[in-house]
Design a binder for this molecule. Sequence first.
Ligand SMILES: Nc1nc2c(ncn2[C@@H]2O[C@H](COP(=O)(O)OP(=O)(O)OP(=O)(O)O)[C@@H](O)[C@H]2O)c(=O)[nH]1
Ligand SMILES: [Mg+2]
Length: 390
Amino acid sequence: MKLLVIGLGQCGGRIADRFARLNKRGHALRGMDTLAGVFAVNTDVADLSGLRTIRPDYKHRILIGAQRTNGHGVGKISELGAEIANEDVDKIIDAIRTAEGFYETDAFLLCAGAAGGTGSGAIGVLTKHLKERYIGKPVYDVVVLPFRQEETTETRTIYNTATCLKSTYLVADAVFLIDNQRYVKKDSPAENNLNTINAKVAEPFYNMLCAGEETKSRFVGSKTLDAGDIIQTLTGWTVIGGGMSRLERRLPFCGPKRDFRDKMIETSRASHAMDQAISELSMTIDPSDVGRALYLLTAPAKEMSMDILKQLGDNLKSLAPNSLIRSGDYPRDSRQVDVTLIMSEIGSIRKITDYFTKAIDLISVMKAKRGLGYQTRRLEESFDEIPVLL
Ligand SMILES: Nc1nc2c(ncn2[C@@H]2O[C@H](COP(=O)(O)OP(=O)(O)OP(=O)(O)O)[C@@H](O)[C@H]2O)c(=O)[nH]1
Ligand SMILES: [Mg+2]
């Protein structure tokens, strides 16, 4: 599958930069390109300069709203981010059309941090314009949710997050939710490092994108996962995760005949990778609320069989009984078994509903301060009250 990736704002730009690195890796190690182009869009010159892999020319690092912000960002005012994106949308689209692989693009992938100003405001706007202009081409949004401490120290965080979530949900084909807080592990301060988080966000996409682009016959699986399977799976709220089991080196006296114990170990290695993928999903969700799921098993060909693939499917089905499950295998020469998992069409997510509820409370308080009265409302009414930035 070939994606055209656009990062908006600092967070989005850095994640897009990670995708650019993944693409380089795929090019060097697997001889394929999975991205049709990678771009970063920002109102802040310094943020654009800090990127590493995205090409440095002005058509790939696109500065918008320069007259209005003097290249210094919008300072968390997402309404301004949305306004600038609306004004400069032609500049963005003209630039991305120059991508060499533009006409091979299967889908657009837009990334942004929900709590900031530029990315949060611009992502919904650009998604809407791309949908209108490239009818039939899916647009997927990657929305990064803030760390817990950002929510408690800055009220704008909740408001921006709620408006960004609502806006992207209304226009994108699917919204990948990435919860920064989920990547924070208590005992290892290094996990707070944004670079580490970004690498973990992008990594699960690697095999998923490569599998369908593979042309060497020995790396083509018996059940190839291609762009069609992915597009059919992605809709609405979505999460992604990856898991891995290492293969131990075989002792030399092990003969070529494999007995039933080896078989069992093979299955358990794949199951272990699947369990890890589930526990490493990009946001906490309730699997029983999942409408569609997809998994990819990437491993040496001798480690894979239809039995194992089926076993993984059965395990997933028991966990997410209401989901339509698609799957694929991708044989690679490596010393590990990888599972990539996507869960999509998720009905409701507690943390998202909480953002909406808290934002409504904030709006009511703001209105009360302006003398417009405070009333309690039901959730459906409140959802309507969250402003849309499109
Ligand atoms: N995972 C991850 N989150 C990030 C990164 N950079 C910022 N964030 C998060 O994104 C939010 C802030 O958004 P930014 O992208 O910095 O804001 P912006 O879009 O540049 O908007 P302005 O700076 O206000 O113009 C916060 O919740 C940060 O925790 C990053 O590299 N990785
Ligand atoms: Mg910024």
